[in-house]
Design a protein around this ligand. Structure first.
Ligand code: FE2
Length: 206
């Protein structure tokens, strides 16, 4: 870049995966992780950097980009790519190789207060994940002080409507199709039972 080039430099980078690409098998294969993280997530980062180069979005944080582009039809591509970067980074953290099982006691109490039991919470998450028509996300969130399950379509993020995400499950087909084909419910139930990172949810709820 020459000294007279005043163009801004977009610098969003793909965050590191918190585990190896083969760490989530057999629930999620290394092949799925390789494509999902290495191609899809990376693709959103590359697209966003191209879309915002030399624009007034170039110097903003990812969260600022999402907030500014939300609800603006002409900025839909920027919003979708930025929000998909955020959602995927949150999704990788929502999973852990030895996940599932019982939530930590402090979270378990809150789940039982809101849903009756951990199983009832998981059933509601599964129902949201399976019933989301087309691409989207199933979330455990805090709405004020209330724990809730919500789903969002495409790249939508719950914090734009003031809900605090605790956990998310990606239900875009690219998340499960190589391993489960059309059996979204099997993918969702396996994630809930074996990969869900309750410690991450507790950190986010604190
Ligand atoms: Fe995805």
């Amino acid at each position: 870049m020459s000294k007279t080039d005043t163009s801004k430099t977009a610098t969003h980078i793909l965050p590191a995966l918190p585990y190896a690409e083969n760490a989530l098998k057999p629930v999620i294969s290394a092949k799925t992780l390789s494509f999902h993280y290495g191609k899809h997530h990376q693709g959103y980062v590359d697209n966003l950097n191209k879309l915002i180069a030399d624009t007034n979005y170039a110097d903003l944080s990812l969260e600022q980009i999402i907030t500014r582009a939300a609800g603006k039809p002409k900025k839909a591509a920027i919003f979708n790519n930025a929000a998909q970067i955020w959602n995927h980074t949150f999704y990788w953290q929502s999973l852990t190789p030895k996940g599932g099982g019982e939530p930590p006691a402090a979270l378990k109490q809150r789940i039982e207060a809101a849903f009756g039991s951990v199983d009832a919470c998981k059933k509601e998450l599964a129902s949201a994940a399976v019933s989301q028509f087309g691409s989207g996300w199933a979330w455990l969130v805090l709405d004020g002080e209330v724990l809730k399950v919500v789903k969002t379509a495409n790249a939508e993020v719950p914090w734009l409507t003031d809900m605090k995400p605790l956990l998310v499950i990606d239900v875009w087909e690219h998340a499960y199709y190589l391993d489960y084909q059309n059996r979204r419910a099997d993918y969702v139930n396996a994630v809930l039972d074996k990969l869900l990172n309750w410690e991450f949810a507790l950190q986010n709820a604190s």
